[in-house]
Design a protein around this ligand. Structure first.
Ligand SMILES: CC(C)(COP(=O)(O)OP(=O)(O)OC[C@H]1O[C@@H](n2cnc3c(N)ncnc32)[C@H](O)[C@@H]1OP(=O)(O)O)[C@@H](O)C(=O)NCCC(=O)NCCSC(=O)CCS(=O)O
Length: 386
């Protein structure tokens, strides 16, 4: 075991760091206020190779793995948690899942656009009344012979209303329980029977578009079933195990960003005749943030490494997501406290880190869902899976 990054990994990390500082940071405050999303920036990220990780060469893979994807997502999230989302929506979610379960035709049709960042992706499982309990979804597809007809709705879907093509999970046979859920690849911008609209009431992640879908008889060609009918729940669980790593990397970035910000401020702000970094209580806050950030970093990197080895990683991914999300919220909270009144002001980034961090305890399996997965595997009740 060694803890050094290889030269190429340092280069990848530096590319993402520079991209975030040069292309996102300068206009971020203004874009946050306007809730602005820039699709051209996703394409730029695609051009830089951000979305080709963990894919075979013939499907647009760039020879890098999950580990490098984490390094990049972490650097981007240090500056903006919103702009970490495309790593999941373009690569770890739709592209990887179609690469694993798709037909040759599906791979050829959809993966290049997601990897290039020119076709915006998404994955739709959550509904107004279905969050943690995926199998309780109501959206269903009726077999019409030469196509499927979808009815229902999905909510809290990143890139829904801007998305070109993505994954949809729906029941095709309710009597079969979770074995009656099927995965589809859908194209909501061009197909009839589907509408999408933005959700503008989020606390944070203001530059990451979130929306909902309403399906009113959307026709899905038979060739757009991903995997086999009835395989959708397992595909969904597999997909979440990949995308949760992206969330964990994002959380790591937020924890690191909040820590750097807090240290910088504590060194520059003087009270009682000395920089507040020289006051013991501030030192204790910073020390706790450092420890939690470094522990989370090791856990996230380990989960990524296991995936690159093709080894089961669901256990380690949930451990990483839980630890990193909690570390991010704690770091952002401590950062706000160290900033004092300025931490409570929207003119400084501390409050944004906090608003964004809270999402990471919820998305792609709440912290409690991660605890269910971890305890199930720790006690031997469930096996660790890919
Ligand atoms: C709560 C859960 C963790 C577990 O639910 P269940 O208890 O219902 O399921 P299990 O018994 O564990 O498994 C059922 C079945 O699935 C197979 N499985 C499980 N994991 C995998 C895997 N990684 N790969 C393949 N197969 C897997 C398992 O073997 C069982 O099969 P058999 O019966 O043995 O054949 C789960 O429901 C859960 O994770 N819930 C949380 C859902 C969640 O994260 N929702 C958020 C979605 S993200 C979102 O909506 C917004 C994101 S965005 O930004 O757009």
């Amino acid at each position: 075991m060694h803890f050094d990054l290889a030269d190429e990994q340092r280069m990848v990390q530096e590319t993402a760091r520079r991209f975030a500082l040069e292309e996102i940071a300068p206009t971020l405050a203004e874009e946050e206020r306007a809730h602005a999303f820039k699709p051209e920036r996703v394409a730029k990220m695609g051009e830089l190779g951000f979305f080709g990780c963990a894919l075979p060469d013939d499907l647009g893979g760039n020879g890098l793995g999950f580990f490098e994807s984490v390094l990049m997502a972490e650097q981007v999230a240090k500056v903006s948690a919103s702009w970490r989302l495309p790593f999941n929506m373009q690569n770890l979610g739709p592209a990887l899942t179609v690469a694993k379960f798709g037909t040759a035709a599906q791979k050829a049709k959809y993966i290049p656009g997601w990897v290039a960042g020119t076709q915006l992706g998404f994955f739709a499982m959550t509904e107004p009344n279905t969050g943690s309990d995926v199998a309780s979804m109501k959206t269903h597809a009726i077999d019409k012979g030469d196509h499927w007809e979808v009815h229902g709705s999905k909510m809290w879907i990143s890139q829904a209303h801007v998305g070109h093509a993505g994954l949809l999970y729906a029941y095709t046979d309710r009597s079969a329980g979770n074995r009656g859920i099927t995965a589809f690849i859908i194209e909501p911008k061009t197909w009839a029977g589907v509408s999408a609209r933005p959700i503008e009431t989020k606390l944070g992640l203001h530059c990451a578009p979130t929306g909902e879908f309403v399906f009113d008889g959307m026709k899905v060609p038979k060739e757009n079933v991903l995997g086999q009918p009835g395989e959708g729940f397992r595909i969904c669980m597999w997909q979440l195990n990949q995308t949760r790593l992206g969330c964990a990397a994002g959380a790591l970035g937020v924890a690191g960003g909040a820590l750097d910000l807090a240290i910088d401020y504590a060194n520059g702000r003087t009270q009682f005749g000395k920089p507040i970094a020289q006051h013991q209580m501030i030192q204790a806050q910073i020390a706790d943030m450092v420890v939690e950030h470094q522990a989370a970093q090791m856990l996230v990197y380990r989960a990524a490494w296991l995936k690159d080895q093709g080894r089961p990683s669901q256990y380690e991914t949930s451990v990483a997501k839980l630890a990193a999300s909690e570390a991010a919220v704690h770091a952002a909270n401590e950062c706000m406290k160290i900033f004092g009144s300025y931490g409570y002001s929207t003119e400084y980034p501390a409050e944004r880190f906090y608003r964004d961090a809270k999402s990471l305890q919820i998305v792609e399996g709440t912290s409690n869902i991660q605890r269910i997965i971890i305890s199930g595997m720790a006690t031997g009740a469930t096996p660790n899976r890919e």
